[in-house]
Ligand binder design. Sequence first.
Ligand code: ADP
Length: 295
Amino acid sequence: STRVRSSAASDVYKRQAQVMVTVPVMIGLTVKYQSVVFKRQQRKMEQQEKKLLEAMRTADRANEAKTSFLASMSHEIRTPINAILGMNEMILREEKDPAIRGYAGNIQASGNSLLSIVSDVLDISKIESGKLEIIPVDYEVNSLISDCCNMAAGRAKAKELELLVECADNVPMKLCGDETHIRQIIMNLLTNAVKYTEKGTVKLIVSGRFTDGGFVLKVDVSDTGIGIAEENLPQLFTQFQRFDLQRNRNIEGTGLGLSIVKRLCDLMSGTITARSVLGSGSTFTVELPQKVVDS
Ligand code: ADP
């Protein structure tokens, strides 16, 4: 019985020894297998990452090519349009025949709208390619406001709309900022106000507040027009976004104007907001920080 017990004990030892050898080998094999699988997965992920990066670079290059194509095309198209409009202006000045004057009037209207579409495309491509520069200059607020009003007055008059202008007393006489692009913002808002208003008033209010380093110029453009539905307000500054297409089918536009205005405000460290009541009218408010040259 002692022999039987000792042989059973040696079996147990043998099995323990086997386990002690087999388990580390198994663990070792499993670790090796896992590391092989892990390395393979890592290689696969690296390849995928490489492919993604390459695809991103290709997309970026295509986008840059599109932007530069649009920019040069719009530039090329603008030159002959200006020549056509110039020649047409001569016909309008010199021609007495009402029928021919009528044709020339149509050329003028279509030419101008083509010019504004092409300018919008040029502007948006310049902004997207980061080529639009903000150039601050000293300017007179008074002449900026009167120029904008003079340009909008013709269109307002043609639609028998009242055009009102208010300027607060505290607005400095001379400011420093990118006058050209501020003018573009105001003109865009005034043009829209006239375009989307059938009767009533378009109002331009210029005011602002002094800050430590300068003056925040505030421009409100309000109208008594068709207004914008509340659910459309969040998409108002998105490219190519136009609303109420059924009702506005006779109003020309690209849906680029407000997105350009928003991008210009951003580039000038300013803000733009819109309030509107559908059927009653809209108010757009722009705030732009400027330096004071002469208060
Ligand atoms: P569009 O060239 O179509 O005028 P915008 O970007 O200037 O493009 O305006 C986008 C859309 O916002 C317009 O199509 C119009 O539906 C709406 N909108 C803009 N301004 C006004 C406004 N003053 N009153 C009512 N709707 C407006």
